[in-house]
Design a binder for this molecule. Sequence first.
Ligand code: BYC
Length: 330
Amino acid sequence: MYAQMVKSTGEGVKTRDEMSPEEAAFQDRIDQDIKIEPKDWMPAGYRKTLIRQIGQHAHSEIVGQLPEGNWITRAPTLERKAILLAKVQDEAGHGLYLYAAAETLGVSRDELTEQLLDGRMKYSSIFNYPTLNWADMGAVGWLVDGAAIMNQVPLQRTSYGPYSRAMIRICKEESFHQRQGYDIMMKMAQGTAAQKAMAQDALNRLWYPSLMMFGPSDADSVHSAQSMSWKIKMDSNDELRQKFVDQTVPQAEYLGLTVPDENLKWNEEKGGYDFSQPDWEEFFDVLRGNGPCNVDRMEKRNKAWDEGAWVRDGLMAHAAKRAALKTAAE
Ligand code: BYC
């Protein structure tokens, strides 16, 4: 139902005949793979879609620090703690590159943050699920970062210059994140029976939420058609989900773990796996704020924002004083 509701708000893709000369020239540049830069003319819808997608992506990186940050103090060895700390710090960096990319479109980081905190902007559904034990750190790195890379590697070629350049660095770091997660899974899967059971349990709980990261099915995706014609998105939600399943199933087999899907089967004809879809009702319910951790995540972000107010105020006062001194000296 929610899918139908959001779908009805989607705008149709204009045909060439419906485009103004400016819009047609813009589409030509996109079709020729010429990057769009901040000072170039762009349709209002292109700017709006980018702000929504990049902003949502930035928020996901920042909120995504919470489920993993929760485990830094409980990592089993000093080495694992240092690796996890570095990964969580990387996510903060990703958020910052992405906020900076969004700022080139005329929206400030503070405005975006306020929209996240009052619920007007989304962040990835996956971060509304809890991380219950150490195996979840492995599964998050392997599956969640694995899904993130699957989505973000094509975005390195996205049409908006600052976004595509941010993606290049982010993807390099995500690749390390995915490897560290798989390494944790390997250790657990080859450990004691209890450790292997923890790894299997983490896979069982995080498999379907990871499939949801790619967004609703193509039939229910509101923005895909327009975003793909503007090359803001390079592949459809279902195409990326299929690639993710095809890449991840052999990795699970190598670990000796079982993907929790009775319908999972190699389909020779299509050259990929047949698999069960996630529970889309659950997905839309999480988007409405009813996931297991939505309330907690937003409380933590609001608290961090409120407690950081004195730092922002201090910086603004310092900047104002410097500006006043500069004016007085001129
Ligand atoms: N979660 O028309 P659709 C990461 C919303 S985390 C929440 O298909 P679109 C990482 C969608 O916004 C990964 N909402 O949308 C960080 C839309 O609602 P609105 C973050 C979702 O945008 C730390 C509605 O559903 N990656 O990297 O064309 C540690 C209809 O969907 C989700 C990105 O953000 C979802 N999963 O396609 C580890 C990548 N899916 O906005 C890892 C960039 C859909 O109209 N983003 N919705 O109210 C994208 O590629 C696209 O935005 C999506 C969705 C594929 C996610």
